[in-house]
Design a protein around this ligand. Structure first.
Ligand SMILES: [Zn+2]
Length: 302
């Protein structure tokens, strides 16, 4: 490079440096400061504060032809406990059990994913250990459970045996008949759809009358395949997306239907679904605008 060209390039680069520095002082530094001021507290909130909360959410669901004898049936739904995930200690589980019992429910349903596999900061807890706490759950019509994908990955027999040892009935593709004030209601537990352990035909074979069915299952996506006799389905699995960003919404929902069945009550024709965001976390130990929830449903007739 000739001397004059070298000088020109050096002068231009100095001008550019000065300009970038000025712009930096004017625009970049405030922008970076704002981002840091937002990101740091939001990260702290979503990693340490929100996942450690415990909320109780109540909802009333009215269903046509709901059996009269089961009017105002109070159901507590607990899902995705992921015991051993950050914040989900055995003490936390005792708090969940205590708050669930304080609702004085008629029925408690546990909707799967009790264990963890490899979440950062988590510590695997054996089902035989934590069922000793879950056994204190009390409901007049009993406590029933289904298996989630994480439980299937650990082992159906191991988890089922632990739960049934403390009197929690695991419903895997079978239904039980419940009677109240002369009415019949079926409670059907479906195997997890996400891991392809659902068997609807087998489940329906154990339903021996045309009375309404309340279905419990882990992954909500099976909801559209269920017959009209299933008047309400309760599910978990989605954690409500775990992170619900303003404007951008729930970006990560493990469902083939996007965020359509991510959380709460959905009614489609004769089908009704309630998805609880659950208690724990999996994969990443964060929650943002989807706090851990004990869902309390009062089911009445329309
Ligand atoms: Zn799941």
């Amino acid at each position: 490079m000739s001397t004059s060209r070298f000088r020109r390039v050096r002068a231009w680069s100095r001008w550019l440096d000065t300009r970038v520095w000025r712009m930096g002082r004017r625009y970049y530094l405030p922008a970076i400061s704002i981002i840091l001021l937002l990101v740091v507290p939001l990260t702290l909130w979503s990693v340490w504060i929100e996942p450690d909360k415990l909320t109780v959410k109540t909802i009333t669901i009215a269903i046509p032809n709901w059996p009269a004898g089961f009017a105002s049936l109070k159901v507590v739904a607990l899902s995705d406990l992921h015991v051993g995930a950050p914040h989900i200690t055995l003490d936390k589980l005792r708090e969940v059990v205590q708050q669930a019992n304080e609702q004085q429910p008629d029925l408690i349903v546990l909707l799967g994913d009790y264990v963890i596999q490899g979440i950062p900061g988590g510590q695997f807890t054996d089902p035989d250990t934590f069922v000793e706490i879950l056994k204190d759950l009390k409901a007049s019509h009993g406590v029933y459970a289904v298996l989630g994908n994480h439980d299937w990955w650990l082992g159906e027999v191991q988890v089922t045996r632990a739960f049934e040892r403390v009197g929690i009935r695991m419903l895997t593709n079978e239904a039980v008949r419940m009677e109240r004030n002369g009415s019949t209601l079926w409670l059907a537990g479906l195997g997890d759809f996400f891991t392809r352990h659902d068997d609807l035909e087998k489940t329906m074979r154990s339903v021996t009358s045309p009375d309404p069915i309340l279905a419990i299952t882990h992954t909500p996506d099976i909801f559209l395949k269920l017959p009209p006799q299933v008047v309400l389905t309760l599910a978990g699995h989605t954690h409500g997306g775990q992170v619900n960003l303003p404007l951008l919404g729930r970006r990560v929902v493990p469902s083939d239907y996007g965020d359509k069945y991510a959380i709460g009550f959905v009614e489609e024709g004769e089908r009704r679904l309630f998805v609880t965001p659950g208690i724990g976390t999996s994969i990443l130990p964060v929650r943002f605008r989807v706090p851990p929830e004990i869902s309390v449903l009062t089911i009445t007739s329309k």
